[in-house]
Design a protein around this ligand. Structure first.
Ligand SMILES: Nc1ncnc2c1ncn2[C@@H]1O[C@H](COP(=O)(O)OP(=O)(O)OP(=O)(O)O)[C@@H](O)[C@H]1O
Ligand SMILES: [Mn+2]
Length: 537
């Protein structure tokens, strides 16, 4: 008899459960709508402020793994891995990105000072000059190193199909926006507001880790920050003004943190934009390195010096010993931090041996030192026989002569761009070693080939004028670095050496022009109206 009543109870319960499920579903839908739906602008184009970049460009999401760094074996970017890194980035992005961007908007102390003297600023005047505002070639999609996917790509590109790039480009951390801004012709756009945010990020972010960076001969660390940001650290090893010992060969010279910082500023002042942004920072050796490192090569070399300073030396080929320690005072240490380039697995680079490489021997001379017609053979050898490679190399020689860097044995390019691209000016640690002496042999490419880009020559002439004097704009530019608060990054002696060397470069060009008619590589024929007849060459 209990059959029908039990059945009705079961029926009632089933109805109740159904109703509850329905209620739950409705609730879930409404909640998801408000919290889980991400902006639909996943493929949003980045409107670029600079006229050079005024087309709308969308970048591929492949840059997501840029953060994954050296730990990954090259070319192991399978789909699973890419999805993982993209997702991780987004999770971290949510809570820390806003903080970073907010902080980055505050100008540093030095930047504020510069703003005050607006109107008298030679640096501002320089960057307002038409020679620093030439519209570059119009950029095609292939002219970006990394691209986010745009609608077209979504339709046809299988390789990106599992990417989950849903957040707004504006919320990407500065290092990622730096990567997305690398083009065929320059590493960064001087007017990109992200540049200041990137240096601020490197100078202020909490340090999460420090390991020794492999490759090269002297000690350097790979620093990691929140949001997968990384930097290449070079420590201060000697006082800023110590001149390189005259009996030390160029290949035995110490690397200088202030040389890395100054080289970035100089390269930017020359209008090249070919050095990754570098910023100075006062770090705590104990809290930021000793307590953070997971690298035994580093941690086991820490000690306290007789003076009570915390020191370490790491493991490397040159100067990694108790006799050459890196020491805090007692904990504080000045370092340079360079923005890290996109990971090699995403943006492979090619390393080129410089035709004017030194012999790196105490006794041997290189070919270019023995043969005055050396350039004739270089001019006939690819890639120097075509395009702009030779004048690019000469630009680099001018930069190196100005800062007296004799250590340019190699240079790198991004493989993606083939031979039609700028040259990366990495590793400037051995520059600015001596101010009392110049090294004319660094100018051998210019002097032997008698060729120079017109835009480079015109900028050099501009920097020789009192209104834009190189030493003055360099002093002003370096004052923006956080370490300038402690002491100038380059002494006055180094700054005036720049003016002296600039005059020497112009003299070499002048001598060339007396002997040859094809000295100028005219890259400005399209802009002659813009720059006027003021600078005839
Ligand atoms: N900003 C950067 N981002 C990514 N990789 C970099 C960066 N700067 C340098 N590297 C890479 O690290 C390598 C070593 O750096 P660097 O040349 O500065 O060290 P080094 O000890 O001075 O080398 P060497 O002794 O060969 O002159 C470089 O060859 C380059 O490929
Ligand atoms: Mn080096």
């Amino acid at each position: 008899n209990r059959g029908p009543s039990t059945r009705s109870i079961y029926l009632g319960l089933a109805c109740l459960s159904l109703a509850l499920h329905l209620l739950l579903a409705v609730f879930c839908l409404s909640v998801l709508q408000t919290t889980c739906v991400l902006p639909t602008s996943s493929s949003s184009s980045i409107p670029r402020t600079d006229s050079r970049h005024n087309e709308s460009v969308s970048h591929t999401a492949s840059s997501s793994t840029a953060s994954s760094s050296d730990k990954l074996p090259e070319r192991t970017q399978n789909k699973e891995h890419r999805r993982l890194t993209a997702n991780t980035l987004h999770h971290e992005a949510d809570d820390t990105l806003r903080e970073v961007t907010e902080k980055a908007k505050e100008p540093t102390g030095a930047a504020k000072t510069i703003q005050k003297v607006k109107g008298e600023s030679k640096l501002e005047a320089l960057f307002e000059h038409p020679l620093y505002n030439l519209p570059g070639p119009e950029l095609q999609p292939d002219d970006w190193l990394l691209r986010l996917k745009n609608d077209e790509d979504i339709k046809d590109a299988e390789s990106y199909d599992d990417m989950d790039w849903t957040s707004d480009v504006e919320t990407y951390p500065p290092w990622l926006r730096f990567h997305l801004g690398i083009s065929r012709w320059e590493l960064y756009n001087r007017k990109d507001p992200n540049l200041a945010q990137l240096t601020h990020y490197l100078a202020t972010q909490r340090i999460l880790g420090a390991v020794q960076k492999t490759g090269g001969t002297q000690l350097k660390l790979l620093i990691s920050f929140p949001n997968h940001g990384q930097a290449l650290l070079k420590p201060m090893k000697q006082s800023r003004d110590t001149e390189t010992d005259v009996n030390l060969f160029y290949f035995s010279d110490f690397e200088r943190h202030n040389a890395e910082i100054s080289a970035f500023h100089l390269d930017r002042l020359l209008g090249f934009n070919r050095i990754p942004p570098v910023v100075g920072r006062l770090m705590n050796v104990t809290a930021d390195i000793r307590e953070k490192t997971t690298d035994h090569k580093v941690s086991r070399t820490f000690f306290t010096s007789p003076a009570g300073n915390v020191c370490f030396y790491g493991q490397c080929e040159y100067y990694c010993s108790t006799e050459h320690p890196v020491c805090g005072r007692p904990h504080l240490l000045e370092v340079s931090l360079a923005a890290i380039l996109p990971d090699l697995s995403l943006a492979p680079r090619r390393s080129w041996r410089s035709p004017w490489r030194r012999s790196y021997s105490r006794t041997k001379l290189a070919q270019w030192e023995k043969n005055p017609n050396y350039c004739d053979s270089v001019k006939q050898t690819p890639p120097y026989s075509q395009g702009t490679r030779l004048v690019d190399l000469i630009d680099m020689a001018v930069l190196d002569f100005l800062m007296s860097n004799m250590d340019r044995h190699h240079y790198e390019t991004f493989e993606k761009f083939g031979n039609e691209t700028f040259l990366l000016h990495l590793d400037n640690g051995r520059a600015f070693g001596r101010h009392s002496q110049d090294e004319p042999s660094i100018l051998a490419p210019l002097q032997q080939c008698c060729r120079i880009r017109r835009s480079t020559l015109l900028r050099l002439r501009l920097l020789a004028l009192p209104d834009f004097r190189l030493s003055d704009v360099m002093r002003e530019s370096l004052a923006q670095d956080p370490l300038a608060d402690a002491a100038p990054l380059l002494s006055e002696a180094h700054l005036s050496a720049l003016d002296r060397r600039l005059a020497a470069v112009l003299q070499v060009v002048h001598t060339c022009q007396e002997k040859h008619t094809d000295v100028i590589h005219d890259d400005l024929d399209r802009y002659d109206q813009d720059i006027g007849g003021k600078f005839n060459s």
